[in-house]
Ligand binder design. Sequence first.
Ligand code: GUN
Length: 303
Amino acid sequence: MPKVLDGATIAAEIKQDVAEEVKALAARGVKPGLAVVQVGHVPASEIYVRNKVQTSKELGFLSEHITPAETVTTEEMLALIATLNAREDIDGILVQLPLPKQVDAKVLLDAIAPEKDVDGFHPVNAGRLQAGRQALAPCTPAGVIEILKRSGIPISGANAVVVGRSDIVGKPAAMLLLHENATVTICHSKTRDLGAVTRQADILVAAIGRPGFITPDMVKPGATIIDVGINRIDTREEFDKFFKGNDKREAAFAKRGSVLVGDVHPAAFEVSGAYTPVPGGVGLLTIAMLMANTVRAAKIRRG
Ligand code: GUN
């Protein structure tokens, strides 16, 4: 039976470590400050933002939830970012994506002071990460590394295959794995004979954004699978593709009308040695790593 790498347990460990650091900073009169900027009301953002704000409060941060109107302009947002950049008590600035069409997300994200960029999306942080300098790394890929390390899965010398090349997950995940001495391959939609590549993976990171894309034939028996995908399934036809005969998921589907599936087909997990489930895997780490990044930003800037 493959081992389930439980995101909740690992997230709790990380938050415990963050709480210790908050205590140490408090002794020096420093309270980590996080500003979460949420524009308008994107339904998919509501739960994430609520969790980010609530977790930061629970950990004893100064926590600000700023909610500009849906109609806000790029200029108004830039003014807000400039204010937050200048504030001594704010260590981390997070602008929740997606943003409304009239706001230029790239201009905005590039305006965040790199030392306060706790999402790790700023090109300066991407460059620092690439160059092996001290950087704030994006939370989800940082969470992938934490799961592997805290679960005792060897990274050094392993063949790590990352499927997906986004700036937010695939590329930084590959870079972080490389820094941990994995032999790293990045695959994408144009990769020839993808299965032949993924079957070489001791560690397979799936970050494609397509439900159940990784099938059992693409997995080396005993490999570790990290499933970064979160896809909502809301039709019976799709449900049956992934969860036919799964009583627990059937009950969830009947109750809510939808269920979540990762980028890995559930049958592929059975071939693995260990895997992160969806839900309950990597997703829970992202918020914990945001907290860790905020404390780190506070320590670097004024610790
Ligand atoms: N929207 C979905 N995920 C994220 C994230 O990690 N950071 C931000 N800023 N927005 C998101």
